[in-house]
Design a protein around this ligand. Structure first.
Ligand code: ADP
Ligand code: MG
Length: 295
């Protein structure tokens, strides 16, 4: 790379809030063919809010407030953004979450703890399956929430499914335009998420994303990126770093959302200072422009 071309490219990026860490990042950006994008916190704002509470499973008599109180007690111990949404909502309703014992965080699944002597399981269908809890009575509620693009969080008390909490995370205003911009550049866009298939597909459809890798465990995200690289394609990964720092490192080009975690910003080759997904097609375009000037 000629120093001048690199300086021009870096300057163009800076003006758009796209920070290239080095010259190699600029050159790699020019050659990207596949862009893998994390859903939560990247395509969405990462500020999930509780929008629905469904109780009334035939097997359980736990009411709405009691369900939220128990779920919030467990989630108070968790760092997960979904957990924070539930705790915040319970506080908003003036519910006091009791103390818990034997808290267990289950990455990519949810959390479990003892509350007032009851064993409370809070998480996705996979967690209930793992715990051997029959959630058949909550299937309709879960499917309705997921079909609307919400994340359905199941709550079970003493082994019995008691309700579902719907959490919605609004998509960023520019996510659809960013996907369209990447398609114009001929890049394939892939959504990578730990969220359930129905929710992920609903949001992907809304944004015009063609390929969805859903229900991917945090520890498997980097392997999914590696699989896409296997046939020699150059892959960029865009993420906020909650769960996806190893995938950012695995990608040919790691792109971190500026509002993301410190580890993401450190791991990435490119940082989007304005946390705007439009920075991704901009980065690829600037890379291509830089490469053209070098020839
Ligand atoms: P993402 O890829 O969206 O960052 P994660 O891998 O962290 O998601 O989690 C995947 C799924 O596991 C979530 O969509 C949710 O259904 C469930 N989950 C994980 N942690 C929690 C939690 N603390 N409470 C409830 N559900 C959780
Ligand atoms: Mg995430």
């Amino acid at each position: 790379a000629t120093p001048t071309a690199v300086m021009v490219g870096t300057g163009l990026g800076a003006r758009r809030g796209v920070l290239f860490k080095n010259a190699i990042a600029l050159e790699t950006a020019a050659r990207i063919e596949v862009v893998v994008v994390d859903k939560t916190g990247t395509l969405t704002k990462g500020e999930p809010e509780v929008t629905a509470v469904v109780t009334g499973s035939a097997d359980s008599s736990v009411g709405e407030d009691e369900l939220l109180r128990l779920a919030a007690a467990v989630e108070r111990e968790s760092e997960h953004p979904l957990a924070k949404a539930i705790v915040h909502h319970a506080e908003g309703r003036g519910l006091d979450a009791p103390r818990t014992q034997r808290f267990e965080n289950v990455p990519g699944h949810g959390a479990i703890a003892e509350v007032d002597g009851h064993r409370v399981v809070v998480g996705n269908q996979r967690l209930l399956d793992r715990e051997g809890i029959d959630a058949g009575a909550m299937t309709a509620g879960r499917e309705q929430l997921a079909g609307g693009g919400q994340t359905a969080i199941m709550v079970a008390v003493d082994g019995v499914a008691a309700g579902v909490i719907g959490v919605a995370d609004a998509v960023r205003d520019t996510s659809a335009a960013a996907v369209a911009g990447l398609h114009e550049l001929g890049a394939e866009v892939v959504m990578l998420t730990g969220d359930n298939r129905a929710t992920a597909h609903r949001i992907a459809r809304q944004l015009g994303i063609d390929t969805v890798l859903a229900e991917v465990l945090p520890k498997d995200k980097a392997a999914q990126v590696a699989a896409l690289q296997r046939d020699g394609r150059r892959v960029a990964m865009v993420g906020d770093g909650v769960n996806d720092a190893p995938a950012l490192a695995q990608a040919d080009l790691g792109i971190a959302i500026g509002a993301g975690t410190d580890v993401a910003i450190e791991t990435a080759d490119v940082v989007l200072m304005r946390s705007d997904p439009l920075g991704v097609p901009a980065a690829l375009r600037i890379g291509r422009g830089t490469l053209r000037k070098m020839r």
